[in-house]
Design a protein around this ligand. Structure first.
Ligand code: UD1
Ligand code: MG
Length: 408
């Protein structure tokens, strides 16, 4: 006998996604044309940067993330009637909780876009930067509290003997969700400095999340994954448009606005779609880069304002950028970290008369340490390919390996 397929459910599942896809393709074409037309306006408004890896010192418009963020939000606003329209006519069955979830997700993303833009304009200091995503995630966390308030986590199989099947971690779960937003936003921002990298890595993460959602669209939790796809497809559309102008040689810079907007969008779908652990799995290079950078971020090792690789105009290649300091200025923890990194062959180091010369601790520099100097476009390509490989690894961990830890 043929399987009993609920035609109405299949229609309700696929129809909004198809419309969303068509709108995403449309917004790509609109954004791709809009960006160049706004370049001069950004320069006039003093929103520009100098490309440190070029011989020219032309003004490159900065913070174009605000344009793609706006076209994304407009697409999402126009899309609202598609999944909710037929319910609007029958007010009794209107899914208020679904609607609030949708609106609060947009509110958090919108709030992050505004704070990211404020950061680009006002150049907020580092410790304040950490606060911005926490503030922007508040609307989301409040809706989570009112709508779900599920703070129970399933314990991995090997630990069940001691902890039981599940534990309610209460407030800690909210701290975890807030931290996820802080991590996702800042992790993208610090893996940056070569043309196309901020957008390139974000597109790989977004496509990975979208593939995961499409696979899960055939599972029991399809609604959560459909919700995530509504956000991911337009995000991919506007980001590809930005990449077209930000790829080597960049004619626009994305700004912190884009990094924050991207990180928040990923955190929002991960939290509200209940797949935050899987979202984090798609951040393997960013997690590594964050851990590797942490001695500099937490000032155990001196951290220059810019850690991007050094451009050699004679060879037209990017080289490892360095930091120079007195060994005796380091505290015991800083000295210990240097020893561990040296043993693990994570750093290049020279010492002369107590003056240490070492590379800046970023994944970009590490790639250059192992591959040797590379052309900027090639360096970005290598880093994006690494992101793709890590996404494949993430799928292997999420599917075949997850059986080891969970009953799924
Ligand atoms: C983060 C990094 C910093 C890196 C910078 C590059 C940390 C702690 N901070 O700082 O090390 O140098 O990003 O984005 O890791 N730029 C280029 N080419 C590019 C992209 C950017 O030359 O492809 C330069 C431009 O001058 C641009 C500036 O970087 O104006 C933007 O830097 P900004 O985003 O303000 O730096 P942060 O995010 O604070
Ligand atoms: Mg930045």
């Amino acid at each position: 006998m043929a399987p009993d397929i609920d035609i109405n459910q299949e229609y309700g599942k696929m129809f909004p996604v198809i419309i969303n896809f068509i709108m995403s393709v449309t917004v790509y074409f609109i954004t791709v044309r809009l960006i160049p037309s706004l370049k001069e306006k950004f320069i006039k408004a003093n929103l520009f940067g100098i490309d440190m890896s070029k011989t020219t010192s032309d003004k490159v418009p900065e913070s174009l993330g605000v344009v793609v963020g706006c076209t994304f939000l407009i697409t999402m606003f126009l899309f609202i009637p598609v999944p909710f329209g037929h319910n609007l006519l029958r007010s009794k069955t209107f899914p208020h909780d679904e609607f609030v979830k949708f609106i609060s997700a947009l509110l958090s993303i919108c709030c992050m876009l505004l704070l990211g833009f404020a950061d680009d304009v006002l150049d907020v200091p580092w410790r304040h930067k950490l606060l911005l995503p926490t503030i922007a995630s508040l609307p989301l966390l409040m809706v989570y509290y009112v709508n779900f308030n599920v703070t129970t986590i399933i314990v991995p199989k090997p630990l069940r003997e001691w902890l039981g099947l599940s534990i309610d971690i209460g407030l800690v779960y909210y701290i975890y969700m807030g931290s996820l937003a802080v991590f996702c936003t800042n992790a993208i921002n610090i893996l940056a400095g070569v043309n196309g990298l901020e957008v390139g890595q974000s597109i790989v993460i977004a496509v990975s999340i979208a593939i995961f959602n499409i696979i899960e669209l055939y599972g029991n939790l399809w609604k959560a994954h459909q919700f995530s796809l509504y956000f991911m497809l337009p995000y991919i559309g506007v980001s590809f448009a930005l990449l077209k102008h930000n790829w080597y040689p960049s004619s626009v810079f994305v700004g912190d606005t884009f990094c924050y907007f991207s990180g928040m969008t990923f955190a929002v779908v991960g939290i509200l779609g209940h797949f935050s652990k899987t979202t984090l799995l798609f951040f393997i290079p960013q997690v590594f880069n964050f851990l590797y950078s942490s001695p500099q971020l937490f000032k155990l090792i001196p951290c220059p304002r810019h850690r991007l690789p050094k451009f050699n105009s004679k060879t037209d290649r990017m080289e490892v950028s360095i930091t120079v300091f007195k060994y005796c200025d380091l505290n015991i923890l800083g000295k210990l970290i240097l020893v561990v990194f040296k043993i693990l062959r994570l750093i290049q180091w020279k010492e002369n008369d107590g003056i240490v010369v070492t590379n800046n601790f970023t994944l970009i520099n590490l790639v250059l340490l192992y591959f040797g100097p590379l052309h900027e476009a090639k360096l970005t390509t290598v880093l994006i390919l690494m992101q793709v490989l890590c996404s494949i690894l993430a799928f292997v961990i999420r599917y075949p390996f997850a059986w080891v830890f969970y009953d799924i």
